[in-house]
Design a protein around this ligand. Structure first.
Ligand SMILES: Cc1cc2nc3c(=O)[nH]c(=O)nc-3n(C[C@H](O)[C@H](O)[C@H](O)COP(=O)(O)OP(=O)(O)OC[C@H]3O[C@@H](n4cnc5c(N)ncnc54)[C@H](O)[C@@H]3O)c2cc1C
Length: 460
């Protein structure tokens, strides 16, 4: 079996953060490396005391569902997901539920959209890691910082312990401690908060939308619901535009809660079915501050020995329902690239860890940043807050929304990720780590400098 380490031991990978991105990445590395006959030793370090997501829904788009199927656990995903029948989402007027635009989806295939409970998705990933013996899962390991030892990296944890690895993959979310070591920036407030909850669909008498998403839109507010868990539960996300001063006490956390009366007040005037949903929310729903980050033009540091993935690399707003899917795309391609590096491929892209990291970044960064920018733009459209809508009435905004929304998800869902990767891998060499097109950064630097250059990608 090929071994890329000098002393012949397996290559050691430390994954910081055991959320959707971290566990999916673990499985993808294990999958690709096993297929290439490469042995790795993967350790996942999670700060929490258990691998658990909190009770809410997450839409796994077909682009990400495709990858779950490639890992061989697609049937298990379908078994816990909701199942759409012909319609992906319908956008309705807030005041009378009249149709604005309804987006169809072909959901008769085995590989399909998978709106599910976060707990179910994370349990599936964790159980598969355990069944396949893909990694050692650690808990209560909050990574504080990483240190370059030359050939390896030392990780230091809040409990004063340390670990050593050949590669660190930071999957520690929007507040990533690893990212913060290299980049000076802060989460950016979107101007919106979200009330969140999950309720049994059976608790809503005569619910008219049992198998697809519905969004009721008003100026400054929109209510999104979608069925999860075999269409037995309804995931609720109620978005409201707020000034930053009004939400100083609100955090991105399930422990940030409010009184249901706040939701009722914010959604006064919404039509009957929307009111039914709000009245069925828990008495103390969670109240989230929605943040994203500025685009980051560099995802690898310390000569490629530290790599960012998921929200740590590209935290985005939830308006395309695509953040977790983008994290999974990262994991899939990073797994592919690492397996080729570790199996001693002669392709120059795999000459070093740094050039391998750069190949991963060059395929994933433009697409992830387009998703980031488009998520922000979509939120502004749904809340009727985009520049060109600010001075328009609700009635004037409706046709604009219909036009922008109809095809919005097409490029997110239809990308052939493996083909894009192969094209970059087999195309002209860019192995030095330089971003040739704009010359904005050279990964040849030592990666310890705190730097950030915003890459602006036009949102649709
Ligand atoms: C309201 C809302 C709705 C959303 N809906 C969707 C949707 O429908 N579809 C979709 O695709 N995406 C959605 N998203 C986005 C999605 O949740 C994120 O993009 C996704 O969870 C990112 O995964 P991640 O693993 O990168 O980060 P996270 O899910 O944040 O996981 C990070 C993990 O790292 C751990 N961690 C953090 N710091 C450390 C540390 N220092 N050391 C060790 N461990 C650490 C955390 O405990 C956590 O387990 C939504 C987001 C929001 C806010």
């Amino acid at each position: 079996m090929p071994s890329p380490t000098k002393d012949g031991r397996p290559f050691r990978i430390a994954i910081v953060g055991g959320g959707i991105g971290g566990l999916f990445c673990t499985l993808a590395i294990h999958h690709h490396c096993s297929a290439a006959g490469v042995t790795t030793k993967i350790d996942v370090y999670e700060q929490a005391s258990q691998y658990k997501e909190i009770g809410a829904g997450v839409g796994v788009g077909i682009n990400a569902a495709r990858l779950v199927h490639k890992l061989g656990i697609g049937d298990k995903l379908n078994a816990v997901a909701g199942h759409r029948t012909g319609v992906w989402i319908t956008f309705r007027r807030f005041d009378n539920s009249e149709d604005i635009v309804t987006v169809p989806v072909n959901d008769n295939q085995t590989i399909r959209q998978a709106p599910c409970a976060r707990t179910d998705l994370l349990d599936l990933l964790r159980e598969t890691v355990e069944e396949r013996d893909a990694a050692t899962l650690h808990t209560k390991k909050a990574c504080r910082n990483v240190e370059d030892l030359g050939d390896t990296i030392r990780l230091s944890f809040a409990d004063s312990t340390t670990a050593e690895a050949d590669l660190v993959i930071a999957c520690d979310g929007i507040h990533s401690a690893v990212r913060n070591q290299f980049v000076v920036d802060k989460p950016v407030f979107s101007g919106q908060i979200a009330y969140r909850g999950v309720i049994p669909i059976a608790s809503l008498p005569n619910w008219p939308f049992p198998s697809y998403s519905v969004a009721w839109l008003a100026k400054h507010r929109h209510l999104l619901v979608f069925p999860i868990s075999r269409n037995e539960q309804l995931n609720i996300v109620a978005f409201v535009t707020k000034a930053e001063g009004e939400v100083a006490d609100v955090r991105e956390s399930w422990t940030s809660i409010c009184d249901r009366k706040d939701v009722e007040m914010d959604f006064a005037g919404f039509d009957g079915p929307a009111q039914d949903v709000i009245n069925s929310m828990p008495e103390q729903p969670s109240k989230w501050k929605l943040n994203d980050r500025k685009p980051l033009d560099r995802w690898h540091y310390m000569n490629g020995k530290v790599i960012l993935l998921g929200d740590a690399a590209h935290a985005m707003l939830p308006h395309l329902g695509a953040g977790a899917g983008q994290a999974m795309e990262d994991g899939w391609l990073l797994g592919r690239a690492l397996s080729e590096r570790l199996s001693a491929s002669t392709n120059p892209h795999f000459e070093s860890l740094e050039s391998t990291a750069h190949l991963y970044q060059s395929v994933r960064l433009p697409r992830a940043q387009k998703t980031q920018a488009t998520s922000r733009a979509a939120g502004n459209t749904y809340e009727m807050q985009s520049e060109d809508m600010l001075d328009k009435t609700f009635e004037e905004c409706i046709p604009i929304i219909a036009e922008r929304t109809r095809e919005r998800m097409k490029w997110v869902w239809e990308e052939d990720l493996d083909a894009a990767y192969e094209k970059a891998r087999d195309g002209p060499e860019a192995v030095s780590g330089e971003i040739a097109a704009d010359g904005k950064h050279s990964a040849k630097s030592d990666g310890t400098a705190r730097e950030q250059t915003a890459v602006s990608i036009e949102a649709q």
